[in-house]
Design a protein around this ligand. Structure first.
Ligand code: FA5
Length: 244
């Protein structure tokens, strides 16, 4: 499923990049406009790590601060922007971790696919176009997309999006998206400045999205419970060899 999603975006001109699963509080939260004590942190229940592992920053510099298991793939937005100048289009597949009570649709470990497109004149229409292309590639010409307003601190405006699954006859709630918040661009340029790099994110705009890979696979393959993915039961897993 992850390979298929990455393949779809590659064919649309996106580059696939990966980031670390052990992340710093700064990239996972602060740089994404989620300061300490901000109630938005409650959206992501976090596995905090003790000690320091000598985490590397986007340009190989040493990163200080508290460490955690990344709660989403969004910290790679910041890492990538620090190390590159726009325009670019990337997707970031990867494992994420949440200190959650598990149930049929919630795991403590799951996969996300992040997308980030930055350049001059990028608008919400481009975001809708990207999700629309995804819907068409996954479910053909009869699919459609739906956006509803929602709050994420690192985008403004923010949206949650769903794709119409013609065969199943229902909307699949896939993830969150929106226009990159100016505060994120500011945090990136401030970090670049500390590394002696010129600002690169003035006068550009961008969109980002993040979707849950397991939720999509569950619907596509009729898997009733997300815990099957990591349950280690061969009878279940062997049915999906080479597919998931
Ligand atoms: C985020 O994690 C944001 N980083 C997404 C985003 C990216 C917004 C870029 C704006 C711009 P959220 O917590 O809603 O958002 O998670 C995104 C998706 O991951 C959800 O829609 C769902 O499909 C999946 N997901 C979330 N929690 C779980 C879980 N415990 N188990 C399985 N899938 C989950």
């Amino acid at each position: 499923m992850e390979r298929e999603l990455v393949g779809i975006f590659r064919s649309l001109g996106y580059q696939a990049v990966e980031g670390p699963e052990v992340e710093s509080e700064f990239f996972n939260f602060d740089a994404l406009n989620i300061p300490e004590h901000h109630p938005a942190r409650d959206m992501w229940d976090t596995f905090w790590l003790e000690g320091s592992l000598g985490l590397e920053g986007p340009l190989g510099e040493e990163v200080r601060g508290r460490l955690l298991l990344r709660t989403h793939t969004s910290p790679m937005q910041v890492r990538y922007m620090v190390a590159h100048t726009p325009p670019f289009r990337i997707v970031v597949p990867g494992r994420v971790f949440r200190f959650e009570q598990t149930d049929a649709t919630h795991e403590a470990v799951f996969h996300q696919l992040e997308g980030l497109v930055v350049g001059e004149g990028i608008t919400m229409a481009h975001l809708k176009g990207a999700i629309y292309e995804l819907a068409q590639a996954l479910y053909g010409p009869h699919s459609k997309v739906r956006f509803q307003p929602i709050y994420f601190p690192f985008v403004e405006p923010g949206a949650q999006f769903a794709i119409w699954w013609p065969e199943g006859g229902k909307w699949l709630e896939l993830g969150g998206a929106g226009m990159v918040h100016p505060k994120v661009f500011q945090a990136v340029d401030a970090y670049r400045e500390r590394l002696g790099l010129p600002p690169a994110y003035q006068g550009v705009t961008g969109f980002a999205f993040g979707l849950g890979v397991e939720r999509l696979a569950m619907l596509r393959y009729g898997i009733p419970d997300i815990r099957y993915f990591f349950g280690g039961r061969l009878k279940v897993l062997e049915q999906f060899r080479g597919v998931l």
